[in-house]
Design a protein around this ligand. Structure first.
Ligand code: PMP
Length: 333
């Protein structure tokens, strides 16, 4: 097999579907996970980062020597920095300081200029996304090669990237034999892009949101009210607002998933199937199992395996941290 890429960027996407044996057997359905952790930067966000950069290049908003600025919980920053390195852009990442040390270390070690800011709600002018927008505006005055604010939440190049790649791949891989797609939403790019692509092929495919506690999107879908309850240790997902990307998602239903269910699924998959997944994948798979129970046997459901546990080790495998929060921990700790 000739499998040579001209550039690592060509290695983004075309990820396999992995059958999740335990979750499938327990529900008598076929539950598949799209293995996005196999992307070169280690997460589903490589796709959004590349789609956003490609769009900016086409619109001549950035050229070699330019700067990409973004507010990100981590994974988008990793994707943007790696792709930026390969195309001659500097990357400035603004991140809330509450994110794991692993993510901060990764971003710094791959060459991002990391700016940590206190975590503030979206309505606060010093929220990390708004801060990154202002920083980009200031830098624009001094750089002739282009300073580009990626704006992953409201830049719809994000969802279009998933429409063109992730959604088409899932349709092809399942040969159209798919009853439902479920995942969580951070920017909403994945659920909007995949949802739009699958609905276009067959409007009967159910598109379902799996939302962590502390996010307002579940209530928004169920009751039309942006209201949150509880909290979650998951990172990169959940939202207090309807972003431009999420606004494009053709969603039929939603589940609110707690961390106990998400972590139990993750530890069992790691122990029994060797799948080493991060927290948002737990919300996705626990949601897929609830959906399978509601849809009944023999259905095919696809969800997303967004990244691995590597960036969340200080939370997911920290017995004290988990027990203090009343959460389950792996029995081998
Ligand atoms: N899982 C992880 C680990 C993420 O970093 C993100 C994005 N922040 C998501 C899921 C959600 O993806 P999207 O932004 O496409 O909704």
């Amino acid at each position: 097999m000739k499998n040579i890429y001209a550039n690592f960027v060509d290695g983004i996407g075309n990820t396999p579907l992995i059958k999740l044996k335990g979750p499938s057997e327990k529900t008598n359905c076929n539950i598949y996970g799209k293995a996005e952790f196999l992307n070169p930067g280690g997460s589903v966000k490589d796709r959004a980062a590349w789609a956003i950069i490609k769009d900016a290049e086409q619109k001549k908003l950035i050229s070699k020597g330019g700067i990409i600025v973004e507010g990100t919980a981590g994974n988008t920053g990793i994707g943007l920095t790696l792709i930026g390195n390969s195309r001659g852009y500097k990357t400035i990442i603004v991140m809330p300081e509450t994110q794991t040390q692993e993510k901060k270390d990764t971003l710094k070690s791959i060459g991002a200029d990391l700016r940590l800011v206190p975590a503030k709600p979206y309505k606060d002018p010093n929220n990390y996304v708004k801060y990154s927008s202002r920083l980009a505006e200031e830098l624009k005055k001094k750089n002739s090669k282009g300073v580009f604010w990626a704006n992953q939440f409201d830049n719809i190049a994000n969802y279009k990237g998933h429409y063109e790649t992730t959604g088409q791949e899932i349709w092809g891989q399942t040969e159209g034999k798919i009853d439902a797609f479920i995942c969580s939403s951070g920017t909403g790019g994945t659920i909007a892009g995949v949802g739009t692509a699958l609905k276009e092929k067959n409007k009967n495919i159910k598109i379902v949101l799996s939302d962590p506690k502390g996010s307002s999107l579940y209530n928004h879908i169920k009751n039309g009210e942006l209201k949150s309850e509880g909290n979650s240790i998951t990172e990169g997902i959940g939202s207090s607002r309807v972003t431009k990307n999420f606004g494009q998602a053709p969603i039929d239903d939603a589940y609110s998933i707690n961390d106990t269910d998400a972590l139990s699924v993750l530890f069992e998959l790691l122990e029994k199937e060797g799948l080493n997944l991060g927290t948002s994948s737990g919300i996705n798979i626990a949601g897929a199992m609830k959906l399978a129970e509601n849809l009944g046997p023999n259905k095919t459901i696809v969800t997303v395996l967004c990244d691995t546990s590597d960036k969340y080790r200080s939370k997911m495998f920290n017995k004290k941290f988990l027990t203090d929060k009343g959460l389950p921990f792996p029995k081998w700790l």
